[in-house]
Structures are given as structure tokens and as C-alpha cells.
Design a binder for this molecule. Structure first.
Ligand SMILES: [Zn+2]
Length: 399
């Protein structure tokens, strides 16, 4: 059996011809390229979005909110710092750049993008098509496990403006389900194919508690441009504040687009841009996860000389390496005398949903009663600590 390629996958929804017009775009034209029709809306939206009423706030944080969507900025947004992994690779003085890759996963292209981004130490978000996730679940999983964010690009790559509100919800829900059954923890971000949106589409997405994300820097990679032209397109559109760059890992010209990434990254960094993912609101940044503290054994009773395990789980993928502070406090136990103290700062690598720390309880020859200590979490980078506390009871060996 031949290796599946992107060309063999189903392409367009034939119903796309009849449409409601996207509100933000006065006219739509389509190109037919290798069986995939892609309208000019991509380029046009890049021009339209900054005109939205929420555009161009001081930090650029609202520029990518579509005009029809009320600006729902969380009151308290944590500072959008680059990840530890990425902090060393340049400041954000010129602005932030969020690379996004659409239409995958592709078993041939996506792993190459992932390897390249890891090598360059650049985060990114992948908007995946549900039917491709169904065909290549391992590739979808690879993206998250490599530390990148995964988001929703509909099931059949439909123009959502041609669908009923219920059908919009269904295609998004099915994609979400497909991602989860592939073992991925998708964000709540949806990128409507072709950037085609109208009030109905935006309303349906919002009603699901999800957020639509378009872009404001269009590589136009799908038009068959050369690597040099793709890089020049992106670099020529970078601007102060937040940049959301559109590229594709699931179209025929994707190899040329992927090859442009090192040039884009090097030059953008030279100009003072840093690279980030997308936060919960679809803005350049990173999602903030809630942590869950679990201690094993479940009865929290451990004998001298044994270990207990502290598991810190995240409720969502955060797209970067992050950390949280572990607090051990002696009640009757002494942390230094009774334990081999664990590292206080627990690192959770990009692409991981949990960290486990094993703590060894020292053995002494004293005969003593049960001692106790508490385990809790605090602070950290991009994580909201679980406020629960576990009380560990250390039983004397002889008892
Ligand atoms: Zn697409």
C-alpha cells in the first residue's frame, strides 16, 4: 500500500458554491490549486481585522479579535512572557509572533515542521482538520507531545458560512472529539477554514464556549510561492504588538513553506520579535493551565525508608515548558531530617501534561510516633496552582 499523501485526502466540500457572504469581506474569489480551492479572503482578512473596534490596543492584544466578536479580554491576564525554553532566544521588544500551521496533520510534512520548530526553539499552534486527524492520529499526537498547541480547523475543511449553526457546531465538535480520541488535548480555539466567518459562524463558535482566531500575517504559502517569497511575505508584514502568522502544513506547497521557517525565525529575532503560542482568547501568548495535585499512595500513609509520589497534572496543554513551586511543610515531621527533600521548583516540559516527583522518607533508628507533613503547590509560570493540600503521615518502621 502506498504511503498516504495529502493529495489523496478528501479535499473540498462541493456545497461551498452557495454561500452567505462573510461580513468582513466584500467579495470572494477562489483559486483552484491542486484540487484545493482557496479564496482571497485570507489576504483580505489580514487587512480587515486591524480595523475592528478592538484593534491596536497599546500592547496590540486585541488586534486579532474579529470585528464581529466583542472583545472579551480576561480582566487579569498573566503577563505573556516567553517560555523558559524560549526566553534565551531574544526579547519581545519589537513584538510577539505566533506561528500557526493549518490543514494538517500530514504524516510527511508535519513531523518535519515539528522537528524544525523544536530545533529552532519556537512554539507554534497547529489548526488541524478532523478527518486528517482521523487518518493520522499518531501525527496529531506527535505535535502535542513535541510541545506544540493543537486547535480546531473543522472536520472536512468546510466553509462554515455555508452551514447552519447546528452544522457548524457539529463539525467543530466532531473535530474536537477526533483530537481527543487521538490522545490530544486541544485548545478551545477554532480557525474557520478560509477565514470565512459571518455573524452566524461566530455566534455558533461562541455558543460552544470556543474562540475563533483568524490571522493578521498571511504567508500566502498555498499559492505555490517559493520559499524565499513566503519568508519575504511574512517578514514584510510583521508589525509591533501581536502577529499571528498563517502557514500550512497540509497543502501541496507546504514543503516550500516549511523551508521558509528558519529564515523567518532568524530575521524576526534579529529585529527583536519573540515567538509565542496562542492564549485562551486566541491572542499571541500561552494558555494558563490549572494544576491538580495528587499524592500516592492514596491514603497518604508512608513508612520510613519508603517513597511517596506527588503527581502534578495540568488541565490543558500549555505549549511551552513551565514550572510550579512545590511546598512541603513539616507538621510534626522535619522536612530536612525526615525526608530527602525534593526540588522545590518542579519543571513540566513542553508537551507534557503532568510531572511526578518521588520523595524518599529517611529511615532512622529512633522509635517514634507517626509524623506528618503537608504538600501543596504555589506560584509557578503560566500555571494556576491547585489550592488543595495533602497531609502525609510517616509511620515509624517498627510499627
Ligand atoms: Zn485551512
Amino acid at each position: 500500500m502506498s504511503t498516504p499523501t495529502i493529495q489523496q485526502l478528501p479535499t473540498r466540500d462541493p456545497r461551498r458554491g452557495s454561500r452567505r457572504r462573510a461580513l468582513t469581506v466584500p467579495a470572494r474569489r477562489s483559486f483552484t490549486l491542486w484540487g484545493v480551492r482557496l479564496p482571497l479572503i485570507a489576504a483580505l482578512l489580514g487587512l480587515v481585522l486591524p480595523l475592528s473596534p478592538t484593534a491596536a490596543s497599546a500592547d496590540g492584544s486585541a488586534q486579532w479579535v474579529p470585528a464581529q466578536q466583542p472583545a472579551q479580554q480576561p480582566a487579569q491576564q498573566p503577563a505573556q512572557q516567553p517560555s523558559q525554553r524560549h526566553a534565551s532566544t531574544g526579547s519581545c521588544r519589537a513584538g510577539q509572533v505566533a506561528l500557526t500551521f493549518d490543514d494538517g496533520p500530514s504524516p510527511t510534512v508535519t513531523p518535519r515542521v515539528v522537528a524544525m520548530l523544536k530545533r529552532l526553539d519556537v512554539p507554534a499552534t497547529f489548526f488541524m482538520v478532523g478527518e486528517r486527524v482521523a487518518a493520522f492520529p499518531a501525527t496529531a499526537r506527535l505535535v502535542e507531545q513535541s510541545g506544540f498547541l493543537v486547535a480546531n480547523h473543522s472536520y472536512h475543511h468546510q466553509d462554515l458560512t455555508t452551514l447552519s449553526a447546528d452544522a457548524v457546531k457539529e463539525t467543530i465538535r466532531n473535530t474536537d472529539r477526533e483530537l481527543r480520541s487521538a490522545g490530544v488535548h486541544p485548545t478551545d480555539l477554532v480557525r474557520p477554514p478560509y477565514g470565512a466567518v459571518d455573524a452566524g459562524v461566530l455566534g455558533a463558535i461562541r455558543a460552544m464556549g470556543m474562540r475563533s482566531v483568524i490571522w493578521n500575517v498571511d504567508s500566502r504559502d498555498w499559492t505555490g510561492l517559493s520559499t524565499g517569497s513566503i519568508a519575504a511575505n511574512v517578514l514584510g508584514q510583521l508589525h509591533a504588538g501581536g502577529n499571528i502568522v498563517l502557514q500550512h502544513d497540509g497543502v501541496n506547497n507546504s514543503p516550500a513553506s516549511v523551508a521558509a521557517v528558519p529564515q523567518i525565525v532568524a530575521e524576526a529575532r534579529r529585529r527583536g520579535y519573540c515567538f509565542v503560542g496562542l492564549d485562551e482568547a486566541g491572542r499571541p501568548g500561552f494558555p494558563v493551565a490549572r494544576t491538580r495535585l495528587r499524592v500516592e499512595p492514596a491514603d497518604w500513609i508512608v513508612k520510613e525508608g519508603q517513597r511517596f509520589r506527588i503527581r502534578i497534572g495540568l488541565d490543558r496543554a500549555v505549549g511551552r515548558t513551565t514550572w510550579i513551586r512545590l511546598r512541603l511543610a513539616g507538621q510534626t515531621a522535619s522536612i530536612r531530617k525526615d525526608l530527602v527533600p525534593p526540588a522545590v521548583r518542579v519543571r513540566i516540559p513542553a508537551g507534557r501534561m503532568s510531572a511526578v516527583i518521588a520523595v524518599k522518607v529517611r529511615r532512622d533508628d529512633l522509635v517514634e510516633g507517626p509524623e506528618s507533613l503537608t504538600v501543596s503547590l504555589s506560584g509557578g509560570q503560566g500555571l494556576l496552582p491547585d489550592d488543595s493540600t495533602a497531609t502525609i503521615v510517616i509511620e515509624d518502621r517498627g510499627r
